[in-house]
Write a protein that binds this ligand. Structure first.
Ligand code: S3P
Length: 177
């Protein structure tokens, strides 16, 4: 466990498949704090998968659920939050994350991400003929939003243990500034 104590959450942002949930869990375990996955919590709360919410109620409705969920999680004090990749497109959510947490963008290139998620059927925005092209388009549209996170971590190559150590190092530096 790493000796670090913050009075606010660490929030992971980035495109689908960049590793927010996987790395978030490991980071929370290293820090000895709670881990919250916004999408999983929405699914439990609604009793439906993200796919079903998109199909039944539409993306706009999902964004409202997401806004409420992340707003609540940002009040939990020192913890790790994995957000859904599109939460930054809701300006109020992005602002709230920037104001009330240590925000970390997990950066990855399209090829790396595509390899990880090409068989995944749980992401409604990628259920199309050319999911790689769609991923590139989404990343292009959102890059400026992700870039607003306080800390940027490249997650294209690193082993997970190096990565969490690196994240903790960057948080210490960021917090000392
Ligand atoms: C979305 C990303 C997903 C999920 C939903 C929409 C997006 O989360 O919230 O499918 O708009 O990029 P992950 O980033 O955890 O896949």
């Amino acid at each position: 466990m790493s000796e670090i104590n913050l009075n606010k959450p660490i929030t992971l942002v980035g495109i689908m498949g960049c590793g927010k949930s996987y790395i978030g869990k490991s980071l929370a375990a290293d820090l000895g704090v709670e881990f919250y996955d916004s999408d999983s919590l929405i699914e439990v709360e609604q009793g439906k998968t993200i796919n079903q919410i998109f199909a039944d109620d539409g993306e706009a409705h999902f964004r409202l659920l997401e806004k409420d969920m992340i707003t609540g999680l940002l009040d939990k004090g020192f913890c790790v939050i994995a957000t859904g990749g599109g939460c930054v497109t809701t300006p109020e959510v992005l602002q709230n994350i920037k104001n009330n947490s240590i925000s970390i963008w997990l950066q990855s290139d399209v090829d790396t991400i595509y390899k990880r998620i090409k068989w995944d059927k749980t992401r409604p925005l990628l259920q199309c003929d050319d999911s790689k092209e769609k991923l590139a388009e989404i990343l292009d549209n959102r890059e400026e939003l992700y870039r607003q996170a306080g800390i940027h971590i490249d997650n294209s190559l690193s082993e997970i243990s190096n990565l969490t150590d690196n994240i903790i190092l960057e948080i210490r530096k960021f917090n000392a500034d």
